[in-house]
Design a binder for this molecule. Structure first.
Ligand code: PLP
Length: 440
């Protein structure tokens, strides 16, 4: 088994980065704070399912850049689309035919979206769905679910108050209490909590927003009936339903959670607005939102809700997104990611069991989360009640053997179309060694 302990250049670069970039990272999730601190690994090259760091160590990647890289790194079809776009000029500030093509692909795959608008990130997409819902309903409050992450705009950096019917409190410095008071947070998978919140705030609630399959405190399926109940309660209350599908769209099949066969009753779980990002840009910055025509027509220049973007719909991101979706249209693509993911999760579970290490795996097709606990993980409280120290130890043992995971116990593992049986075998051998060391 190869070890990758020499990360001297990463350490050196981290020290330098700390001088110039706040915290040394451009997104807090990249820091190693949650896994005991120290220098994160500085990567310099990636191809397929593999990364090479600045010290030339090789890693198998399960981070997939937090989701977008579903076809593996530097896929030739996507690379060609991006270089072609670059040669034709990367930004016009005018409409393009390419945008229509990607919009049509999204609409065909996600029928609840009659109209689409491209933006630059998942954060922007979610932020704007909230504005549109408020404009349409002429109401101001939003209900969201604990542990779901919706980007970093003010309205969604809000934590629960003391119960489902209490107003939110800021979850970040700089978010005013007055904004947090516009948000109510209830537990995921808890229709009673939602009922209580809707009964309390009634016609003040513009929208109920949810990750229909959670990707941010592990991968968590909605319990049977949860999304049906959520949609019915919200609509009976005159509120809109917003699905944040920034992680889930094109993740489990060629479509989104709202069309995923694992969730049976599609008609009863259709949202009014959907936010997208990640995979639909094939690795370049993108976001999109869409929904029913009469609701989307609130958006400028047709309607009174303003939203704009200098970079929105730029030809490079759009071409990259089209190329990524074209790959995902290939036959058997999702089935193969699922096959590898089953092999990996079964092996991980068996290995953890062998060494007496409690492990609960939530797998949904080619993605899964591995929680160091014995209980099921169906909501945020259960995801929090897991052994962070065990995860940190596992993370470091795996990294030292060339397996790149997200440095947080809440993040998912993503298989890509580039992973192979050899990668799985190597990963399982590393896991066996990690669990052995943890148990000794
Ligand atoms: N919504 C969900 C479900 C996400 O997981 C994320 C990012 O992880 C976002 C929104 C924000 O997307 P971005 O980081 O592109 O702004």
């Amino acid at each position: 088994m190869s070890t990758q302990n020499n990360r001297e250049r990463s350490k050196h670069l981290y020290e330098e980065a700390l001088e110039h970039i706040v915290g040394g990272v451009n997104s807090p999730s990249r820091s190693f704070k949650a896994v005991g601190g120290g220098a994160p690994v500085f990567m310099k090259r990636a191809k397929g399912a593999h990364f090479w760091d600045e010290d030339d160590n090789r890693y198998i990647d399960y981070l997939a850049a937090y989701g977008p890289i579903i076809t593996g790194h530097a896929h030739p079809h996507i690379t060609k689309a991006i270089t072609d776009a670059a040669e034709n000029g990367v930004l016009y500030g005018t409409p393009t035919g390419l945008e229509i093509r990607l919009a049509k692909m999204l609409k065909e795959a996600i029928p609840s979206m009659d109209k689409v608008r491209f933006v630059n990130s998942g954060t922007e997409a979610v932020m704007t769905t909230i504005r549109v819902a408020r404009a349409y309903t002429k109401r101001s409050k939003i209900i969201k679910f604990a542990g779901c992450y919706h980007g970093h705009s003010d309205l969604v950096l809000v934590a629960a108050g003391s119960g489902p019917s209490t107003l939110g409190i800021p979850d970040s410095a700089g978010v005013p209490a007055s904004i947090a008071h516009e948000v109510i947070t209830v537990p995921f998978n808890d229709l009673h909590g939602l009922r209580e919140a809707l009964d309390k705030w009634k016609d003040e609630v513009a929208a109920v927003m949810v990750e229909p399959i959670v990707g941010n405190f592990g991968m968590v399926m909605p319990k049977p009936g949860f999304l049906e109940g959520l949609c019915k309660m919200a609509h009976d209350n005159g509120s809109l339903v917003i699905y944040d599908e920034v992680i889930t769209a094109f993740r489990f099949h060629y479509g989104s959670a709202q069309t995923y066969a694992g969730l049976q009753n599609h008609e009863a779980i259709q949202p009014d607005l959907t936010a997208l990002g990640k995979i639909i840009g094939g690795g370049l910055p993108i976001g999109a939102y869409g929904g029913r025509k009469h609701i989307m027509e609130q958006v400028a220049p047709l309607g009174p809700a303003y939203q704009a973007g200098t970079m929105a719909g730029n030809p490079a991101s759009i071409a990259s997104g089209i190329a990524c979706l074209e790959i995902l249209q290939g036959e058997g693509v999702y089935e193969e990611m699922e096959r590898l993911s089953i092999r990996l999760t079964e092996g991980l579970q068996a290995s953890a069991d062998r060494h007496g290490i409690p492990l609960t795996i939530n797998r949904i097709r080619g993605s899964f989360s591995a929680h160091f606990c014995q209980h099921p993980v169906t909501d945020y409280d259960e995801a929090q009640d897991t052994d962070g120290e065990a995860f940190a130890a596992f993370f470091r043992h795996m990294l030292d053997q060339g397996i790149n995971l997200a440095p947080s116990k809440y993040e998912a593992w993503f298989l890509t179309t580039a992973h192979t049986d050899e990668d799985i075998q190597e990963t399982l051998a590393a896991a066996e060694e990690s669990f052995r060391q943890m148990a000794s």
